[in-house]
Design a binder for this molecule. Sequence first.
Ligand code: GLY
Length: 353
Amino acid sequence: MYEIDIHLLENPYSIFIKKGLLNHIGDEIKKIYSNEKIAIITDKNVENLYGKNIIDSLKEKDFDVKLIVVEPGEQSKSIDTLKKVYEELLAFEITRGDLIIAFGGGVVGDLGGFAAATLLRGIPFIQIPTSLLAQIDSSVGGKVAINLDQGKNLVGNFYHPKAVFIDPDLLKTLHPRFFKDGMAEVIKYGCIKDSGLFEQLKKYPSKEALMKEIEQIIYKCCSIKKEAVEKDEKDLGERMLLNFGHTLGHAIEQYYQYKKYTHGEAVAIGMYHITQKSEAIGITKQGSSNLIKEILIQYGLSYSFPEMNKSENIEAIGLDKKNKGTHMNIVLLEEIGKSFIKKIQREEITQYL
Ligand code: GLY
């Protein structure tokens, strides 16, 4: 089993990565939690596939388990769903000494984590991420949130889990489009911090070949994220490097109202496009954008910027909650594996569109 310890002054915790982990999750949780009550927050898809596995494993260890099931999809990161989750948790008579498990993809992780962070001023929680994106990114680092009509993740907090348990076998049932979605972020880690990972990703002739080494790949991604989170828990410096490709990516997602592109698909385009521009300006080593283009093609991801009105595009970027004021931060590559944050005047973003 791979283990990564996240050293944070107030909230240290570990990430455990192992194929088949879900089937003995009861044993693992018993090691770190001594009360009986556990509320599992999940969605209908994950419940259908793995609900019985997790419940059986926890009940075998005599835990008192309650399953709270929400609709799959982004619309569940809402105040209405959150209220229903609170009500079910209270009906279960959960206390601050009990445990919540967020068992699902990014939506369930963010919603379940936010419910845990806020109900009774905070109940301990554990993340068991089921999508590739959640396994390498959103389950680690403590960001929890719900959406408002005005935008995504506008109500949230940093609330770290007590542990993250990652079972890469769960990816076997992930829809191929969402596997690719996660691969875009795996490629991102290679681009920003690890040229070795980037080279490694280039060598796999098939998904099957990659899956043989998926534990180690997830380990590498989570280790990069660990470093960023340890240095900059609240996302004010180093952690922003994780947003490579995201400025343009968010604009694309938002422009198409989150319907046409998944997050990873939009980030893939954003990574290629901004690198093409920074290369043309002379900031990034020549040939880097081409390397990104080739790897995106290899993993079935698009690289071409969609038809978009540029001024609307800028407006979409302007609405990004992370980019307020006269200046904004963008993440650029020096070369593959080396990234930096560049503070620019807001108008300068046109150079990168
Ligand atoms: N997904 C970027 C972060 O957690 O900071």
